[in-house]
Design a protein around this ligand. Structure first.
Ligand code: HEM
Length: 242
């Protein structure tokens, strides 16, 4: 679902959405211990690069009401981004959005399905539930451009710095500061609003379509991916009917 929403926003034609979903699945289910999975991932990445290249080219001749058409227009008017950069930007939108949004939705489902009143008043509780389901432990890595001293620690110039979003949000001194789930400042998540949109459609809809949905395993059996980069479930087995 997140892949199709992002694909549509970018302007990937509808007749490519089936392949887009397959490529997204290969990316989201990548298992580093499997050669077969690595081959599927490489094919998916090649397909996305080829498809975005074709979309960028075709939008110049036939622009639409989509992001890539807007980027092409801006690029042609202001001579800002090269074709490669436009393809990379489309790729980044897909990569940055897909895994996070998919994990966020399944983390939210897991939290709701293990609570006493699964959906409850969604609009009243959504902010708290979304913040608690954050799938992204760390921000994108930074590099110290000069020696930095923070508290008792010196970070030497050139070192990699990982900013812990989970740490910041669980800091007892946080008080009323808003969640850093989507970052802050100039690199604030470009997809924060579309994430809200996806979550508000996907989450209530499951409970409307399947009022008897429940977890098919005991809560302690829920298995999370072993990754420092992403906090998401390996699978979320549910029973849809009563
Ligand atoms: C649960 C969902 C998501 C979470 C938790 C999340 C979180 C974040 C965070 C924390 C950053 C800032 C990273 C930093 O400063 O180091 C970021 C950046 C970004 N996000 Fe998201 N994101 C989500 C969904 C999406 C979606 C759906 C899209 C695209 C449709 C997206 C596109 C981006 C892009 C392109 C950036 C880079 C912005 C920049 O560097 O200027 N994200 N995201």
């Amino acid at each position: 679902m997140p892949a199709l929403v992002i694909g549509e926003l970018l302007g990937v034609p509808a007749d490519r959405h089936g392949e887009l979903r397959d490529a997204a699945t290969a990316m989201a289910t990548f298992d580093a211990s499997s050669n077969e999975s690595a081959t599927r991932l490489a094919e998916a990445v090649a397909w996305l690069a080829k498809t975005f290249t074709n979309v960028v080219r075709s939008k110049r001749d036939e622009p639409g009401d989509d992001l890539i058409s807007g980027w092409v227009r801006t690029r042609d008017d202001a001579d800002l981004l090269s074709e490669d950069e436009l393809v990379s930007l489309a790729f980044l939108m897909m990569l940055a959005g897909l895994e996070n949004a998919a994990h966020l939705c399944s983390n939210i489902f897991a939290a709701l399905l293990t609570s006493k009143d699964p959906l409850g008043d969604w609009s009243a509780r959504r902010r708290e539930v979304i913040d608690a389901a954050n799938p992204l432990p760390f921000a994108i890595r930074r590099f110290a451009v000069e020696d930095m001293t923070i508290g008792d620690h010196t970070i030497p110039k050139g070192d990699t710095v990982l900013l812990s979003l989970f740490g910041a949000d669980s800091d007892p001194a946080r008080a009323g500061r808003p969640s850093l789930m989507f970052g802050r400042g100039p690199h604030y998540c470009l997809g924060a609003q579309v994430t809200d949109l996806i979550v508000d459609v996907v989450i209530p809809e499951l409970f409307v379509r399947y009022p008897h949905v429940r977890l098919a395993i005991a809560e302690p059996e829920l298995e999370y991916r072993s990754s420092w980069r992403a906090h998401g479930l390996v699978t979320l087995p549910v029973t849809l009917a009563r």
